[in-house]
Design a protein around this ligand. Structure first.
Ligand code: NAD
Ligand code: MG
Length: 298
């Protein structure tokens, strides 16, 4: 049998043959143009019905962690809507095909998360196309490195907050009125929330804010039967890292500092989202699953 996510495997040996080379794309970039391409679990994720009949919206579901999560949700039986920027249509079309192959419904809903009107209308589009929403994954995110605060453009600071934090707020606000008890919301924070890099002032600040938002709103929504949690990835091989998410020279060393000694792949993040989306995590609320190769967390 080919390997799947349940195969007993040494995690230090997994992906040990992957050596990313220096490469650069313009934001938002495409998985299709990466070398090597990130593993989204296309050949390995095996569903067992954990999200049967559920209806999910995943922002940034075209590539990287969001796309791996979209594939996993579909194979677990959920209908899936993916949101992404119009420039990402090539990646989005491939992921939509994989979702369809799983025998569930798919909706493709392109737009800009920094536009509050798009955010407010997005949930209505999901409800119209899928017939409801009971999982929201806030995963779309912007990360542009900058060496010196005196050269960090005000516009970049604002846009990073708009995409990472305000969209998370607006989509949660729009989704809650549609959500039945048992629904789940999963936000995407980062190890950067606790170990901010000096080159990621704006990005790290947004990820800290998302952790705080998650813990606060989780307490508010728990009595309604809606659970909110977060996933905090560590270094994961995605196009975010080669679209000025970090200096290009650092790409080859990416993830080597973790106890596991390597970067992670999107396929290794998706199971955390599945767990938090499904009813099996019913008593877990306001928490953050850290998927970071072993770096200590607070
Ligand atoms: P990715 O580039 O594949 O995904 C990010 C997605 O965000 C894009 O595909 C895009 O669709 C979306 N996006 C960005 N700006 C947008 C905008 N203005 N409007 C609409 N959509 C927009 O990279 P990824 O690494 O899979 O990122 C997914 C999430 O994981 C992000 O929130 C990121 O901060 C987080 N994260 C990634 C890492 C990592 O090492 N890759 C580590 C920690 C956290
Ligand atoms: Mg993308």
């Amino acid at each position: 049998m080919a390997r799947d996510q349940y195969t007993f495997t040494d995690p230090t040996a997994l992906y040990s043959d992957i050596e990313p080379k220096k490469q650069h794309q313009t934001e938002p970039g495409l998985d299709a143009d990466m070398t090597p391409q990130p593993d989204l679990g296309e050949d390995t994720y095996r569903g067992t019905g954990r999200l049967a009949g559920r209806k999910a919206l995943i922002t940034g579901g075209d590539s990287g962690i969001g796309a791996a999560t979209a594939i996993a949700f579909a194979r677990e039986g959920a209908d899936v809507a993916i949101a992404y920027l119009p420039q990402e249509e090539e990646d989005a079309a491939r992921i939509a095909g994989l979702i369809r192959d799983a025998g569930v419904k798919v909706a493709q809903l392109p737009g800009d998360l920094s536009d509050p009107d798009y955010c407010r209308g997005l949930v209505d589009q999901v409800v119209a196309e899928l017939g409801g929403i009971d999982i929201l994954v806030n995963n779309g995110g912007k990360q542009i490195f900058n060496e010196d605060i005196t050269t960090l453009p005000d516009e970049q600071w604002q846009e990073t907050f708009d995409v990472n934090v305000r969209a998370t707020f607006l989509l949660t606000k729009a989704a809650v009125p549609h959500m039945k008890p048992g629904s789940t919301i999963i936000n995407t924070t980062s190890h950067q929330a606790y170990t901010p890099s000096p080159t990621l002032l704006d990005y790290a600040s947004t990820k800290w804010a998302i952790n705080g938002f998650t813990k606060a709103v989780a307490q508010q929504l728990a009595p309604k039967g809606i659970r909110v949690n977060a996933v905090a990835p560590g270094p994961v091989w995605t196009v975010l890292q080669v679209t000025d998410g970090q200096p290009q020279e650092k790409v080859a060393e990416f993830g080597k500092q973790t106890p596991l000694g390597r970067m992670g792949q999107p396929a290794e993040m998706a199971p955390a989202y599945v767990f938090l989306a499904s009813a099996e995590s019913s008593y877990i609320i306001g928490d953050t699953v850290n998927a970071n190769g072993g770096s200590p967390t607070p």
